[in-house]
Write a protein that binds this ligand. Structure first.
Ligand SMILES: [Zn+2]
Ligand SMILES: [Zn+2]
Length: 160
């Protein structure tokens, strides 16, 4: 019997599926491709957190709702400097909605989703403006919203 590489007094017949060193049930890690030692099972540093399809769908759904509702409202009522401030808040809220919808993810894909949702909201308000000749989001308000969505993430990174 071989002895565990991590516990020299434990006999074992298990080996790591990746590096082949002897492992015992105390530290072995079950992975989709078999048992591994803790060193090999550790995910490589710096890998970006991938959103699962369900989290991605949640982020998209929440952000799209906040983006479109906000865009239509601001297109109709967000005028002048007040509109700029509301636009910034709208972007932040949309990023927050994407964050909640994704089950707590932030940055990268979630921010991208928030910005896309804000753009979709602008498109919705412009479509309504073309149809009814009323409202339509100001470009400056849209820019404020994109900055708001991005700064929500920036603020989070700064807080860590
Ligand atoms: Zn290993
Ligand atoms: Zn061990």
């Amino acid at each position: 019997m071989a002895r565990c590489s991590f516990h020299p007094n434990v006999e074992t017949e298990l080996t790591c599926g990746e590096c082949g060193r002897a492992i015992c049930p105390k530290e072995m890690v079950a992975t989709p491709v078999g048992y591994k030692c803790p060193v090999c099972a550790r995910p490589p540093r710096g890998t970006r957190v991938q959103l699962k399809p369900k989290q991605l769908a949640g982020a998209l759904g929440f952000a799209a709702a906040a983006g479109v509702v906000g865009g239509v409202l601001l297109g109709a009522f967000g005028f002048g400097f007040f509109g700029l401030i509301l636009g910034f808040m709208w972007g932040g809220l949309t990023a927050e909605a994407a964050h909640r919808g994704s089950g707590g993810h932030r940055g990268g894909a979630v921010t991208t989703i928030a910005i896309i949702a804000v753009l979709a909201g602008a498109a919705a308000s412009w479509a309504l403006a073309l149809t009814f000749g009323f409202g339509g989001l100001r470009i400056l308000t849209l820019i404020a919203a994109v900055v708001g969505a991005a700064s929500d993430t920036a603020a989070w990174w700064a807080r860590r």
